[in-house]
Design a protein around this ligand. Structure first.
Ligand code: FMN
Length: 370
């Protein structure tokens, strides 16, 4: 929907709502700092709670948070795959679920080091659908390099206002350091960049007008503050970077059926076109193969990358639709001249202002099973 159309609807909505209506409406975006995160779960030791809270700050597709933790004993856990969080319409093989769980696992290792624990990991899963993914035992060590957990707390996905300036050579080097074989960067001006821009818009168009995918998205949108507080997961107007009047309208007048309507779909595609028009380049992450171990390693690699970018003023926006929609998914390797599996398509660029995280999370006790 064009901004002007939106504003005229908003004007009408405000008049219809009237002054009192506005006062009792959902007036503010619900954001992470509104969450009441309690750290008094008696079933877990304090360090366990803190580490798992930090782990849960990991990114995940539609913010489903597709993990749970089975606690065998203090500091002895099995990281599990929560099938109720799968996204069958866009991720039918749970490939992205594994990437998200990999990011969660990386956060555990970093958060544990901050509290002085070393992690010993063992992969249990053989397929992306297995429930038990990895087993971990945390042991206290005296001399362990401590990760700066403010990086975990401050990481967020940024989607708007990317600059087109090239990424500095030094920055790129330090982001991919030691893992160059898995990163492929295509700056603005190259033919691969143009291909990724064009096909990202086309793949989004295909996905937005595919009812199963749009319905799945609708199920993960938390329109109101009340919804967001109740669920602690999914996409909120704030996490979709809606602010002001637009966000107010969405919070108060939109619901799942609006997402299936013409306006919401068009507005979504317009947003994608604007996003794609702004960037320094595309970064692709590949894996050795498609095994569970490789997918988890790729999710960890993604998280290591994401935890380095804020301090450099770089924003990274995963845009995975090319990998989710045929025929684009079948053509990308040839177009990029890459032979190994491409697991992530990331739009990158410097931003002037780095906003605080707003996406919500579930409380730790809701994803730990004793
Ligand atoms: C595997 C994976 C795929 C994702 N794909 C997309 C995507 O296609 N478009 C998008 O806007 N965000 C995408 N994201 C970002 C998530 O929406 C985001 O991590 C989640 O909403 C939580 O927000 P946060 O990263 O700000 O904490 C993806 C994240 C992951 C881990």
């Amino acid at each position: 929907m064009k901004r002007r159309t939106f504003i005229s609807i908003a004007g009408g909505s405000i008049l219809a709502a009237g002054g009192i209506g506005y006062l009792i409406s959902d007036k503010n975006n619900f954001v992470r700092s509104d969450l009441k995160i309690s750290s008094n779960d008696k079933l877990l030791l304090t360090d366990e709670q803190e580490i798992l809270l930090l782990a849960s700050m990991a990114p995940s597709g539609h913010n489903t948070q597709p993990w749970f933790v089975r606690r065998i004993a203090p500091f002895h856990w099995i990281i599990c795959n929560d099938r109720s969080k799968w996204l069958p319409a866009v991720d039918p093989s749970q490939r992205e679920t594994m990437l998200s769980i990999g990011a969660f696992i990386q956060n555990i290792t970093y958060a544990a080091s901050y509290y002085g624990y070393c992690c010993e990991w063992k992969t249990l899963a053989r397929g992306n659908q297995d429930e038990q993914i990895e087993e971990v035992v945390l042991s206290k060590l005296d001399d362990i390099p401590r990760f700066d957990i403010s990086k975990i707390k401050k990481r967020r996905t940024v989607r708007s206002n990317f600059q087109s300036d090239q990424l500095k050579e030094d920055d790129l080097q330090s982001l991919t350091n030691g893992e160059e074989a898995y990163f492929h960067y295509f700056p603005r001006g190259t033919s691969a960049f143009a291909w990724l821009n064009e096909k990202t818009v086309a793949a989004n168009q295909k996905q937005i007008y595919r009812d199963a995918a749009e319905k799945e998205l609708a199920n993960w949108i938390r329109f109101t503050g009340k919804d967001a507080a109740q669920h602690g997961d999914g996409l909120t107007p704030a996490s979709m970077e809606m602010t002001g009047l637009t966000a107010w309208i969405v919070r108060n007048f939109y619901n799942k059926s609006s997402v299936m309507g013409k306006n919401f779909r068009k507005q979504g595609l317009d947003a994608v076109k604007t996003q794609v028009s702004q960037s320094a380049g595309w970064l692709l992450i590949t894996s050795k193969d498609q095994t569970v171990a490789s997918l988890l390693e790729t999710g960890k690699r993604l998280q290591r990358l994401l935890l380095k970018i804020r301090e450099k003023g770089i924003a990274i926006h995963p845009m995975t639709q090319i990998l989710e929609e045929a025929p684009f998914s079948l053509k990308i390797n040839k177009a990029m001249n890459i032979t190994t599996p491409i697991q992530l398509v990331l739009r990158c660029g410097y931003v002037n202002e780095y906003p605080d995280p707003v996406s919500i999370r579930k409380p730790v006790n809701s994803f730990v099973r004793i």
